[in-house]
Design a protein around this ligand. Structure first.
Ligand code: DGY
Length: 316
């Protein structure tokens, strides 16, 4: 306690924020311990620094397990992650230790872009205009299958509707009548979604229910012309099965913004398929979104240190 009075509450941040939110964080008068390299705070250092912390600001590459909570000690009031996903945090321990968990919802993720044609332009494959070269299929009147029609799923579907998508099917835990009406979307079984969709986009959280949901059997049930896009978490896909599905041409194309592990080793089999486009987990990578995520983390810290309800928190 005496330390808090002298130096302000101890706040550990595993990363630097973007300039505006970083300046605000520094101006708070916290006893701030922050890893300023352009890399994740090494685990051993995190375990050393988190001792006695009142709040921890982390990112999705930090594993916030029981050891982190226990090492921190009972004074830890908040763990706030600069992400909308929180599958890297041990929520059961958070509940037990009555630690608040903050996150950054409402950050919208744009669908994965197709970079294949860019590569062909650069490598000289663009010999001349050819009628059948690099032809994709049009969105017009196609069926979109959204796995998890939450904030991001809805945002992706409404963008794709603007490109002419016909029917929107979705699968998830809950029926979403309001979004359904807006998008003319239909809740279906997973089997129907797999069989009827031309594009399948994964926008759900990774939970025990969705872990490895996309396995060989799921890919087998898709149309041979289906395009599969995952911008959620790599663990929702059984990755070896995806490699096999691509090998056997069970589906036509894949776009991934997330993999297992991250980064994906550069010699990984998935990089060998020209119809598999892999981005380095940059769904939320706009300056606006990342500044906003930083600001939300700071607001959570300020509230938690004041023993108030946090504005962007999970219900545990
Ligand atoms: C998240 O917020 O969970 C994304 O994966 C990264 O912004």
């Amino acid at each position: 306690h005496s330390q808090s009075v002298l130096y302000g509450p101890r706040v550990v941040a595993t990363r630097k924020l973007l300039p505006e939110s970083q300046a605000r964080l520094e101006a708070q008068g916290f006893d701030l311990v922050q890893w300023k390299e352009d890399a994740s705070m090494p685990r051993d250092l995190l375990l050393k620094e988190v001792k006695g912390a009142d709040a921890l600001l982390c990112v999705l590459s930090d594993k916030i397990d029981k050891e982190v909570f226990t090492t921190a000690g009972p004074q830890l009031k908040l763990v706030t992650t600069m992400s909308v996903g929180y599958d890297h945090i041990d929520l059961a321990t958070a509940r037990e230790t009555e630690t608040k968990i903050g996150y950054t919802p409402d950050v919208l993720t744009d669908a994965t872009a197709d970079l294949t044609s860019v590569r062909a332009a650069e490598t000289g494959e663009w010999r001349e205009w050819r009628p059948d070269w690099l032809c994709g299929s049009q969105f017009t009147n196609r069926t979109l299958g959204v796995v998890g029609l939450g904030r991001i799923g809805e945002a992706v579907a409404s963008r794709l509707k603007a490109f002419g998508i016909g029917e929107v099917l979705y699968w998830g835990r809950n029926k979403k009548p309001v979004v359904e009406a807006k998008l003319n979307a239909k809740l279906v079984s997973m089997d129907t979604l797999l069989a009827d969709s031309d594009y399948i986009v994964v926008c759900c959280a990774m939970t025990p229910d969705t872990k490895e949901l996309f396995d060989y059997e799921a890919f087998s049930k898709m149309k041979k012309s289906a395009i599969f896009v995952n911008t959620a978490r790599g663990g929702i896909v059984k990755q070896d099965d995806l490699v096999r599905a691509l090998d056997e041409k069970l589906i036509a194309g894949v776009g991934l913004d997330v993999t297992t592990p991250e980064p994906l080793p550069i010699d990984h089999a998935l990089f060998k398929f020209p119809n598999c486009v892999i981005l380095p987990h940059l769904g939320s990578a706009t300056v606006e979104a990342r500044e906003e995520m930083g600001q939300m983390c700071i607001e959570n810290i300020v509230a938690a240190l004041d023993d108030k309800a946090i504005p962007f928190g999970l219900r545990l």
